[in-house]
Design a protein. Structure first.
Length: 257
């Protein structure tokens, strides 16, 4: 199923939901685009069919950031509210999210990419938070970056406003993988195939165990994961099917329930 909006394209097919930022040439995010992204993310909260959400950009950029013209006094409160809502909805999304970064991901575009659960990028992609150069700071990145790459590296990226290439971003753990530009599509397809070969319900419960444990002490996180395992996972058809298939030396037949 494909749905066209004004500023994004939304596609849903064979276990994959995809949001394509569609404001060429740089996919600058304005309030109207943010509202469309939020409407899609809201609809995906109860989607029982999709196994992964892909977020990418059409053209030569993932996104060069948020429209500076909407930082004015009469618009900034609405803009921040809609922008931050994206991250609240991404955080609650039951399926894993993958940003596929082609070209630059700067400012709000960088924040959108690194807020996804995983990131694959073209080696020539530019990734960074230049906000300090225009006299502001990026609230989302100020929270996310230290958690992803540690305080010293986050300080450097946020205080200098300099961008880095995707290869370096992968080396410091900011993204999962940097691939040659002509291999980005194939790398994305390979990843999608891996997820589509697995049980949707098990993917969701695995993400739940990981995300709920992030801010807990180890003992509490382990207890939480154990509870999900025993009281949710082991009550699914697919967990029992997977274990039976292994013992019977056959390929499992998932029902995603």
């Amino acid at each position: 199923m494909n749905e066209d909006f004004e500023s994004v394209v939304f596609e849903r097919e064979e276990g994959v939901a995809k949001i394509i930022l569609n404001r060429p040439p740089l996919n600058i995010m304005n309030i109207a685009m943010m509202k469309e992204i939020n409407a899609i993310l809201e609809s995906l909260q109860g989607d029982a069919e999709s196994k992964v959400l892909i977020i990418t950009g059409r053209g030569k950029a993932f996104s060069a950031g948020v429209d500076v013209a909407e930082h004015t006094a009469d618009k900034v409160e609405e803009m921040i509210s809609e922008f931050n809502r994206i991250f609240h909805l991404l955080g609650k999304l039951p399926i894993p999210s993958l940003a596929v970064v082609n070209g630059m991901a700067l400012g709000g575009g960088c924040e959108l990419a690194i807020a996804c659960d995983m990131v694959i990028a073209s080696e020539d992609a530019k990734i960074g938070q230049p906000e300090i150069k225009v006299g502001v700071f990026p609230p989302v990145a100020a929270v996310l970056l230290p958690r992803l790459v540690g305080k010293p590296r986050a300080m450097e990226l946020l205080l200098t406003g300099e961008h880095i290439r995707a290869k370096e971003a992968a080396e410091i753990g900011l993204i999962n993988k940097a691939v040659p530009p002509d291999e980005l599509e194939d790398a994305t397809e390979d990843f999608i195939k891996k997820l589509n070969s697995l049980s949707g319900i098990v993917i969701r419960l695995t993400k739940k165990a990981i995300c709920q444990g992030l801010d807990l002490r180890f003992e509490d996180a382990l207890s939480n994961a154990e509870d999900i395992y025993l009281n949710e996972l082991m009550k699914t058809y697919d967990a029992n099917e997977g274990l039976s298939a292994f013992l019977e030396k056959r390929k499992p037949v998932w029902k995603n329930r």
